[in-house]
Design a protein around this ligand. Structure first.
Ligand code: NI
Length: 191
């Protein structure tokens, strides 16, 4: 396994519509080894998720894992989930705005609206179909990773550009309200 270099905003690979994988391609040693590297890179970077184009491979594979993440202490845990060729369906018109950031957009955060109740349909790394519903902050994390697979970054979804801030100013001016908002989402939506 290897920790792969993360691609940053401005790299054209982050703007590609990612290719769907056939069952044969997913089962290949090459893809399975890539998935191991993707997960290891996510853990090394302490990300809540990571998508294949962020390590330079424009294929429809992403991972989410939230385990007592020190970068996101307010986020409920969610077990390691690798999802391939995903489709997201919005199940409610409840949306909330929350600060987001991205490993591919270093030292920048901004307010993004996310749907609070979605269904994720995909296959797992072994090609088995998966379908599950996620809510609240976890739903936001899945939408963020899904966006990477269609060439979108959170910065594209920031409707009020005055909310952009670096981490130092986030901590100084916005963290307190953000944590209160995140906790109220957890209270309302359960995750
Ligand atoms: Ni990201």
């Amino acid at each position: 396994m290897a920790v792969l270099p993360i691609r940053f905003v401005g790299d054209p690979v982050l703007r590609k519509q990612c290719r769907q994988l056939s069952p044969e391609e997913l089962a290949s040693d090459e893809t399975q080894s890539f998935i191991d590297d993707l997960v290891q890179t996510m853990r090394h970077a302490k990300g809540a998720g990571l998508a294949a184009p962020q390590v330079g491979n424009p294929v429809a594979i992403a991972a989410v894992c939230i385990e007592d993440n020190p970068r996101y202490p307010y986020k409920p845990n969610f077990p390691l989930t690798v999802f391939v060729n995903p489709v997201i369906t919005v199940l409610s018109d409840e949306r909330r705005s929350l600060y987001e950031g991205c490993l591919s957009v270093p030292d920048l955060r901004g307010r993004v609206q996310r749907d609070m109740h979605i269904r994720v349909e995909a296959v797992d790394r072994h090609g088995a179909p998966m379908s599950f519903e996620v809510r609240g902050l976890t739903a936001g994390t899945f939408q963020h990773e899904f966006d990477h697979l269609v060439g979108m970054l959170f910065i594209d979804r920031v409707t009020d550009s005055s909310t952009f801030c670096n981490w130092a100013n986030f901590d100084l001016f916005h963290r307190e309200i953000f944590v209160a908002e995140a906790e109220s989402i957890v209270a309302e939506f359960g995750s």
